[in-house]
Design a protein around this ligand. Sequence first.
Ligand SMILES: Nc1ncnc2c1ncn2[C@@H]1O[C@H](COP(=O)(O)OP(=O)(O)OP(=O)(O)O)[C@@H](O)[C@H]1O
Length: 277
Amino acid sequence: MGVSLRSERSGHMTDLKEINVTSALKREAAVTLKNCSLSFDTVPVLNNVNLDVYKNEFLTILGPSGCGKSTLLRLMLNLLQPDKGGEVIFGSDSPSLGMVFQKPVLMPWLTAIKNIELSLSLGTNKKMFSKKEAREKAEGALQLVGLQDFKNHYPHQLSGGMQQRIAIARALAADPTVLLMDEPFGALDEFTREKLNFELLRLWESAETSLSTVVMVTHSIHESVMMSDRVVMMSPRPTGVVDIIPVPLPRPREVGMEDHPEFSRTVHELRKQVKHL
Ligand SMILES: Nc1ncnc2c1ncn2[C@@H]1O[C@H](COP(=O)(O)OP(=O)(O)OP(=O)(O)O)[C@@H](O)[C@H]1O
């Protein structure tokens, strides 16, 4: 079976045919969750989650509503800490993290480019980028998502899909190597959602971005199979990892890949799992 991997240096896709990939390559983790449990007050949410997120992979997370998927991302972002005994371990070259939420959360009084510049002037970014660099980074990021001509538009002058592209540009502007996405396209119509799915894959595959790893929470089985290398299936709360299902589809993923026999087989396997949750 042909399996495609993203080459670390160039970002180009390589077909490795008839090779047992698991044994041929030792995969390095970008982020590891080790024995992670977490409760809010007395309510247990995560129950001993163990997960390796590999460098250069596109990982999706599926699970019932309220099971703790966003909580898992917040652990990776260091916004929450696991209960005693749990650890979030980052890979050897300390990946930088970017985050995209379900809603774009743009400042309505700032233009698209000013929204991005603002994010580059906050927290640790503040020390990293001068004003001039922030402007250049913001312009570059807008170009990546194809919205350079809308840089002076305010959020209310942009469609929902365009606003979400600005949110992606904002996350990419600081050159993250790991991008965490919490149902980023959940609020969009199907047409826009599919378009942005392929745009995101193009950005991840492109040598123009520093992106190596994407972790995306989604409610859509179809989206998880179309986008990812592996799908993590979570159980209802208190949540653990039920299974991790590889998606043996070639890359680049394209429109029409739904006709690939592995697409329907993987969708079927995931549906069976969801039924038993
Ligand atoms: N800050 C908080 N304080 C108390 N409880 C919280 C907090 N944040 C989340 N929870 C609870 O933790 C559980 C998991 O929430 P989380 O948002 O991680 O789930 P989810 O799987 O992302 O849900 P959905 O798919 O509906 O977005 C829920 O029961 C929620 O009520």
